[in-house]
Ligand binder design. Sequence first.
Ligand code: ATP
Length: 236
Amino acid sequence: MNQKRDRQFGVPSPALQRMPVYYRRLRQAIEEGVPFVSSDDLGRSVGMPGAQVRKDLSYLSEHGRPGVGYDARSLAAHLEEFLGLVNDKEAVLVGVGNLGRALALYPGFAHYRLQIIALFDNHSDKVGQTVGERQILPVEKLANLAQRLHIQIGIITVPDGAAQEVADAMVTGGIKVIWNFAPCRLTVPGDVLVKNEDLAAELAALSHHITQRKVIVSGGAGREDGAGRGREEHLC
Ligand code: ATP
């Protein structure tokens, strides 16, 4: 079996990616006043059978009751702790173009207790502008501010040619997790985790499936086989 393992918990990467989707389904069930949720129900949220859900949740030592399912509140609380959703997380974002601006204004991160507290850019027209009550700062201030405020997460939404220098500044500032939306691979020290989001490549993969008339309606988090991920990536 050739599955990537999450460094911290020893949970396979695909299972880890499904956990937030289970969490979202559980929150919905709780809001609807549904006390128990079956593995089949959770499975539908990721396009996987209930057996896969039971396997995923067994990494958390969560076992539902046969014929009853999982206690929605208890499992949601456990997932909150496991996914670190109980902790406030502060992030900085670099590159306030169209994508950066959209992420900076997205209210949904608050549910995951992620707050983007500072925005940076290197364009003189953008520095000083305000986005969602935050003033865009010159990128030269990134490392210092990140260090001073003990920022853990850096979001990169600059073009690929600028991504490595931004990542370097983030590393200098002590940032340990980088969410990279630039379509390139970053080189970082071993203790820094990079999560790459290549939107254009994902779109190209979808486009290919549409062309081939093999549209898979799975929500993305559910596929174990890596379909659509066989793309080439390049260094920054
Ligand atoms: P726009 O046309 O408004 O710049 P865009 O999304 O097309 O939007 P991109 O070319 O993708 O812009 O760049 C995203 C943002 O990254 C821009 O605001 C740009 O000024 C900024 N940027 C580019 N290089 C750097 C850098 N080295 N450091 C910081 N920000 C940068």
